[in-house]
Design a protein around this ligand. Sequence first.
Ligand SMILES: Cc1ncc(COP(=O)(O)O)c(C=O)c1O
Ligand SMILES: [Zn+2]
Length: 394
Amino acid sequence: MSLLAYLECSRCQTQFEPGKVYNLCTCGGPLLARYHLKKLAGRRIRSRLDARPANLWRYREALPVKSESSIVCLGEGFTPLLHAERLGKRLGLPKLYLKDESRNPTGSFKARGMAVAVSMARELGITKVAVPSAGNAAGALAAYAAKAGMEAAVFMPEGTPLANRLECEIQGARVVLVPGSIKDCARVMRESAGSQGWFDVSTLREPYRLEGKKTMAYEVLEQLDWRLPDVMIYPTGGGTGLIGMWKAFGEMQEMGWIGPKRPRMVAVQATGCAPMVRAFQQHSEKAEEWQNPVTLASGLRVPSAIGDFLILGAVRESNGTALAVEDASMLAAVRELAQTEGVFTSPEGGATLAALKQLLADGIVAGSETVVLFLTATAYKYMEAMETIAAKAT
Ligand SMILES: Cc1ncc(COP(=O)(O)O)c(C=O)c1O
Ligand SMILES: [Zn+2]
């Protein structure tokens, strides 16, 4: 089962023993799970994977949950990697792939992180979990907490899509709507929930959501026949997926699954909320808070991220880039993905195609390269935004 060895602070490298409840390091740095993966090098895990379930728990050695009975599973992960032939032809990019994360429980990739976080919470005896969320993480937490028989409290911005609010309420979570952005939600949550025994599962403030999200990279490797793509384009808010996948490449190399070559990581944000893009352009290691964040892509309305230095580090080390796209281009891209490939993705997913177009136009991505777009959620959760696309069509 799990080969979890210890937790390590991503800032000061202090090590912490597993089996205990942690949020951040005393220095304020997020903790990362480290495994004894060298043990697996040379073993035939790769061929044995075929016999395992088609969900993220197939990578259980590189996940933190010790006991199988702790696992709270709704079938998360192992989403399809679709070959986008029609769209690729149009773009002059024959090797274009779409990681369709809408197929996860609760309709978004947030299910991956919450599946692992809630399973670990169960293993560690936690019974009350709380999160500030732009919407999708809240829906996922509500679902996994319900399945685990835990109490959940979710703090979302007032303008969060209706579907996210209703799924949380109906799944039995306590829902608090807060004026402002996810940052304000986090503040209100800490003021109200912090002192009452609720465990904080905010992005990177607990170590295991990242572990769930990193499995996207393991799947892409398997689905591309054990080769990594040249470029990965990821809609970035708090950055858990991007940081997680970057971490996963190191683990794969330790196990002997890949060599030192990495995909170029592209972080996409909205022009109305682009703290990482600004920091990338200013060559800075940290990102300043974005004032007055505005975008229809609710998952990208994240004005500051505790893992900013990890996001920027991964983008730079991979030789990747960070760029922002307009809401109108995201929505046009949502329509194009729907009409060429039959996928109905959220504005965040659309943002990856809008970014790809810019990168092709600027010669940063070449037509011969293998590119993966992360379509992180279903459009069914974003009916308000979809209405504006439909209205434009008539
Ligand atoms: C649909 C969607 N895409 C992307 C993101 C950003 O994800 P991350 O926090 O991993 O950067 C979110 C976060 O809420 C989201 O809901
Ligand atoms: Zn530290």
